[in-house]
Design a protein around this ligand. Structure first.
Ligand SMILES: O=C(O)CCC(=O)C(=O)O
Ligand SMILES: [Fe+2]
Length: 127
């Protein structure tokens, strides 16, 4: 299922060489081929909020292979500051905050709810 990850940074370690991960850019899907010993680093939603939209979280999906097993080690890195998910003031820098600030607990709850109904919670934070 296409999605963006909900926390800060996602580190992926593709253990075998079975392909499957794709990212969407400019409306097109591109394969991310497994690279032995390398981490794939995805920008996720909290990092998008923190940077006030300078970094965009990447939409991605996994297309399973019917014949080959596929294993990924996934590390979800949190990125909230002082209990809040909010654009960093130095990155708003006199401009406009593009996302409203929200406590991490409410954020997590909202994210799980959105995941369940196939929407993106970050869209509800846009100002
Ligand atoms: O298996 C992968 O390469 C990606 C997994 C993923 O997108 C996720 O766990 O959020
Ligand atoms: Fe993901």
């Amino acid at each position: 299922m296409p999605h963006t990850d909900g926390l800060g940074l996602t580190l992926l370690l593709h253990v075998d060489d079975t392909p499957g991960l794709q990212i969407r850019k400019g409306g097109r899907w591109f394969p991310v081929r497994p690279l032995p010993g390398a981490f794939v680093v995805n920008v996720a939603d909290i990092l998008e909020v923190l940077t006030n939209g300078a970094y965009r979280s990447v939409e991605h999906r996994v297309i399973p292979d019917a014949e080959r097993a596929r294993t990924t080690v996934v590390i979800f890195q949190e990125a909230f500051v002082g209990g809040m998910v909010a654009p960093l003031p130095e990155l708003v820098n006199g401009g406009e905050a593009r996302y409203r600030s929200i406590g991490i607990e409410e954020y997590i709850k909202g994210n799980l709810g959105a995941l369940a109904d196939g929407t993106r919670f970050i869209d509800k934070l846009r100002t």
